[in-house]
Design a protein around this ligand. Structure first.
Ligand SMILES: NC(=O)c1ccc[n+]([C@@H]2O[C@H](COP(=O)([O-])OP(=O)(O)OC[C@H]3O[C@@H](n4cnc5c(N)ncnc54)[C@H](OP(=O)(O)O)[C@@H]3O)[C@@H](O)[C@H]2O)c1
Length: 384
């Protein structure tokens, strides 16, 4: 398999600029507020084992059953530092499968292209046992850049993604960002056509607001919504996204489940992020000042983790799993020991008292720094 170090191509810089300029992110709520309903929600997973000797169970994203924890495959290839060495990347993805993970998340724009190529190569031997999610929504090959969810573009992107993923179908196809220039009904209609052709099995939306979700779902059933959600960003609890998913029977996939790395406790005010290779260097929450100012959140997580004989990363993931039984976090890692640590989250049960103690303690702490960049923090609704 070809190893394409996208950082050395003009695509890398353009994709980074485009990503930063065009990713419209839902509004930030900077102080962490308690979620009353969380303490009463059961975390009942399906009993079915997936594969191997694992405690992994499954959860449903709409009608798509996937492992309780998925694998985010972005940072292993791009965006949070240089790509992982190819052998290590393959080994990590296959270890995830061997440990029961059957849900792998990628996108055309990661690299661009290199994450899909990696995922396709790593999973080819087990293709029938896993679900692959990928995303469209950007102009990457043409000179214009920016968002593009025009139906003809979606169909072209899917053909190219299928080739890179070495498969004949995409289990879950997300629109990566809402395109205000294209009615969401047209986007859903294009995906519906692809589903009829068997090239796509399920439809998803990423960073979409409640109105977009409802309109899309009326044309083509939406199986999953993917949005940043973690102990540091609880917007989906307040902006109607989780409620809309609940009402419509749509699953929810939190990206950034360990706070883009921060909630693991491995970053601090003295961490130096490479501005050439690490997107986070341009995000508000990752300025040296905010990395230092948010330390009380990590201190709290460490206290909770000590009580549960676990780690901050595990508590962050267990907390997400406890919010709703149809939430499937997709932590990203290139590191086998981090993967094994994260996997441990599925065995940590937080009871209602513990959940409400976490909420109470977090409510007293301020989260410093919004999501990504200030100009990317509003919900975009597409044209009608
Ligand atoms: N829909 C969207 O717009 C969108 C946006 C961003 C990401 N995503 C998807 O969501 C996935 C996850 O989100 P994310 O990567 O942004 O954030 P994340 O999973 O919260 O954080 C990933 C970072 O955390 C570090 N990490 C993970 N586990 C760790 C552990 N146990 N100890 C120490 N460090 C650990 C990883 O570094 P190491 O490699 O060193 O472990 C990596 O740098 C991505 O892979 C991608 O598939 C979607």
């Amino acid at each position: 398999m070809e190893r394409n170090d996208a950082r050395s191509t003009p695509h890398y810089d353009r994709s980074r600029r485009e990503f930063l300029a065009t990713t419209a992110i839902a509004g930030a709520v900077l102080s962490v507020a308690p979620l009353a309903v969380a303490a009463t929600v059961a975390t009942k997973d399906n009993d079915a084992k997936t594969n191997g000797d694992t405690k992994m169970k499954t959860r449903n994203l709409g009608t798509l059953a996937v492992s309780t924890l998925g694998a985010g495959c972005m940072s292993i290839s791009a965006n949070y530092g240089p790509p992982a060495p190819f052998d290590q990347a393959i080994k990590t993805i296959r270890a995830a499968f061997e440990n029961g993970v059957t849900f792998f998340d990628t996108a055309e724009v990661y690299g661009p292209y290199t994450s899909e190529t990696l995922v396709g190569g790593a999973l080819e031997p087990f293709r029938d046992k896993v679900s692959i999610a990928t995303k469209f929504g950007f102009n990457l090959s043409s000179s214009g850049g920016g968002l593009n969810s025009r139906p003809e573009h979606i169909k072209e992107v899917v053909e190219a993604s299928l080739k890179r993923l070495r498969t004949d179908r995409i289990d879950l196809l997300y629109q990566h960002r809402v395109d205000p220039a294209v009615p969401i009904e047209d986007v859903a209609g294009a995906v519906k056509d692809l589903i009829k052709e068997g090239k796509v099995l399920h439809f998803g939306l990423s960073e979409a607001g409640p109105e977009t979700i409802r309109r899309a779902h009326a044309v083509q059933t939406v199986s999953a919504v993917q949005t940043e959600y973690s102990l540091m960003n609880r917007d989906p609890e307040h902006n109607g996204v989780l409620d809309t998913c609940e009402k419509l029977g749509i699953g929810f996939v939190p990206w950034g489940p360990v706070g883009m790395g921060y909630l693991t406790g491995s970053l601090s005010g003295s961490t130096k992020l490479d501005p050439k290779a690490d997107f986070r260097s341009g995000f508000e929450r990752f300025t040296p000042e905010n990395l230092a100012a948010n330390q009380p959140i990590i201190d709290l997580l460490k206290q909770i983790a000590a009580k549960k004989n676990s780690t901050p990363a595990q508590i962050s993931l267990a907390w997400l799993l406890a919010q709703r039984p149809w939430i499937v976090p997709i932590p990203g890692t290139r590191n086998l020991s981090h993967f094994n640590e994260n996997l441990g989250a599925i065995t940590i049960a937080l009871n209602t008292t513990e959940l409400s103690e976490i909420d109470t303690a977090l409510a007293k702490l301020k989260v410093h720094g919004g999501r990504m960049n200030a100009d990317q923090m509003k919900i975009v609704e597409p044209a009608t």
